[in-house]
Design a protein around this ligand. Structure first.
Ligand SMILES: [Zn+2]
Length: 146
């Protein structure tokens, strides 16, 4: 069995669409006031002016503007699972184009903080977080739009 035969599986179930060609974060939207939530909200709407309690699952914008970024030199807390040994990487906070909410994510390998600039257009891609003997665990990454 070659390495190519490894199964790709989401590192966190249900947070994003596992489609290499068209990945997307999965959030929810209040059916009453149309407020978006990520991670998903499904019990009650946190908008103080809304009493909605019904939500629909929606894919979120794949693109957004780089709002802030930092270099992460420490293993992050759950639900992130850090590879061992830990390698530093850049983390981006991206404001989604349509929903105007800020979503954190690891920046693709090979792109460091020196390559990033606030206001840049970023897009969501799938990246391998870590792997074991038979699986690759996948999470979303942010990548500058070329
Ligand atoms: Zn609402």
């Amino acid at each position: 069995m070659s390495d190519d035969a490894k199964t790709r599986t989401p590192a966190i179930e249900g947070w994003f669409r596992m489609d290499e060609a068209d990945p997307a974060l999965l959030g929810t939207r209040c059916t009453r006031c149309k407020t978006y939530y990520f991670p998903k909200e499904s019990s009650f709407c946190r908008n103080p002016r809304c009493s909605g309690s019904e939500f629909e699952e929606v894919p979120l914008s794949r693109r957004g503007k780089l709002w802030s970024f930092t270099n992460n030199c420490y293993a992050p807390p759950l639900p992130y699972v850090a590879p061992d040994p830990f390698e530093p990487y850049a983390i981006a906070a991206v404001e989604l184009a349509e929903e105007q909410m800020v979503v954190l994510g690891q920046v693709v390998k090979g792109v460091g903080v020196e390559d990033l600039k606030a206001g840049m257009e970023m897009e969501l891609v799938l990246g391998t977080l870590y792997e074991d003997d038979d699986k690759e665990y996948v999470v979303w990454n942010w990548r500058p739009v070329a």
